[in-house]
Design a protein around this ligand. Sequence first.
Ligand code: NZQ
Ligand code: ZN
Length: 386
Amino acid sequence: MNNFRYNVVTDVRFGKRSILQLKEVVELYGGKNILIVYGGGSIKKNGIYDDVVSVLKDCNVCELSGIEPNPDISKVREGAKICKEKNIDCIVAVGGGSVIDTAKCIGAGAYYDSDPWDLVEDGSKIGKVLPIIAVLTISATGSEMNKNAVISDKTRNIKLGTSSLDFIPKAAICDPEYLYSLPSIQTAAGTADIMSHIFEQYFRKDTGATVSDHIAEALLKTCIEYCKVAIDEPKNYEARANLMWASSLALNSLISCGKEGAWSCHPIEHEMSAYYDITHGIGLAIITPRWMRYILNDSNVSKFAQYGRNVWDIRESDDKKCAESAIDKTENFFKECGIPMTMKEVNIDSSKYEIMAEAAVRNNSLDKAFVPLNKEDIVNIFRMCE
Ligand code: NZQ
Ligand code: ZN
């Protein structure tokens, strides 16, 4: 097992009506002048907005709404300006990854004198960050407990990740009932995203970090057990609660402790959503099983067989057959959850395969991935998704 630093600072307030603790949390970690950041309006329909405003009625509250999926830098610029003008001392992000990531960059932009896009391009420029408090409304990215933010410049088809330990939300309010209004496709895409985060950390060169791998397997089993339940019964508390906690644990550094290496499917998907603005989790579901089939070889077959046996309970003694069956099961699972599984279904044709593959290689460390990938490999994987 490699040496590691595990630093998770988020004070998680999990459970029914945990929103009632928001005031206390804001007093502990924030202040009086609050900026609430939210998306396109779902929180106004499902009552979460009313909850937040009523709990914060004694604070000085400003709002920034209209954060879109695959959030654009323009909203970060707008938010940073508000923070400077209104002397904001804490940001409450009410939403999913798009809203929380935007809030993180606004929090850094508030202390930055130049264009906040610099902070997206180069995380080392991130200095002080306003405290971020997340009120989570979708189980997917883990942004509520991690140091990452992913922001796009939609005018230039660029989508980049940046990070800072100071981006980790100081607190996260996680009420599984807030997920009841999620459309099935968002439940499914969010679960595909959680599973992909786990795969990205599970499929690494073996370092003997068995504890991380077994936690990862348990989280994958949880996603498989509850995703369809949440789709069939959107108000099933147990399903929502387990998916919500799985999303946080899948990407708060826990399961990469003792492991090193770079990600594979996310760099590829980020280019798909940069050029086509598709839902992140859908892009990942399309890429993941094809990537698995493409990279499967003699030296990694035992890891895929381990995945098959420990996650899918496949009783097959031949490693290759077990691995192939696990990959088929992964693809079928996404299909059964209602996710469109081909490029055609999400209106992506082959015209930008080369540009996207080139950008994926340029913007990431795919040469250090579980199986190193070059531009040609990525184009081949895109073709397998047709
Ligand atoms: O905008 P509203 O109206 O709120 O609707 C949202 C949005 O359309 C809707 N939604 C959220 N909660 C809801 C709800 N609808 C009904 N009821 C609710 N309770 O869901 C849609 C998707 O929201 P979004 O925030 O975009 O989803 P997600 O959490 O999947 O975030 C995706 C973004 O995060 C980035 C992705 O690339 C993408 O930009 N990622 C961030 C990461 C991180 N910070 O660690 C890592 C990830 O790998 C990922 O790259
Ligand atoms: Zn993701």
